[in-house]
Structure formats: C-alpha cells, structure tokens
Design a protein around this ligand. Structure first.
Ligand SMILES: [Zn+2]
Ligand SMILES: [Zn+2]
Length: 91
C-alpha cells in the first residue's frame, strides 16, 4: 500500500514526543514553554546546544530534566554540522 501523505502540507498528527536531552514532553514542557526543533529535540535544549554562552544556566533552570551529558552530545553533533557550512571565515 502506498502512502500519499508524504508531503508536509497537512498538519501531521504528532505523536507524543519527548526531548532526548531534557525529557520534556507535551504535558511537561520546559518552563520557558519550548517547541520542537526536531522530532525529539526541544527548543530549550537546541538553544542551549547552539549558544552555550550565557544560556546554559538558563537552560538548567527551565529544562524539565537537564542532562548535561546529553546536551554535550548535541553540542558536538551541531558543531560537526556547522563546520561544513561556515568555511572561510576571516579570523
Ligand atoms: Zn529539551
Ligand atoms: Zn523542552
């Protein structure tokens, strides 16, 4: 059977997602009211992973269950991604 709902025109029925870093979910969102950046990564942790300076303390306050190790994994993964995009920066 073929699924024709592959396009993202209609709103996909989102199954209860849970952040892989802080374990927040629809019922237990972070205190700053996060949204989903990725299917299992919330905006609170994404922000913390992308802009470490200053936000880490904030992240620990607002994230449901802050997991620094998990966040560090995100940071490493994001750095690897960014590295290929930004080349040739004057320094
Ligand atoms: Zn999170
Ligand atoms: Zn969250």
């Amino acid at each position: 059977m073929k699924t024709k709902e592959m396009e993202s025109k209609a709103e996909p029925k989102r199954s209860p997602a849970q952040c892989r870093v802080c374990n927040c979910d629809q019922m237990h969102a972070c205190k700053n009211v996060c949204s989903w950046v990725e299917p299992d990564l919330c905006s609170t942790c994404h922000t913390a992973a992308t802009a470490i300076a200053g936000v880490l303390a904030e992240w620990r306050k607002v994230a449901v269950d802050p997991d620094l190790q998990a966040l560090n994994r995100e940071i490493t993964a994001l750095k690897g991604r960014v590295g290929t995009q930004k080349a040739g920066r004057a320094g």
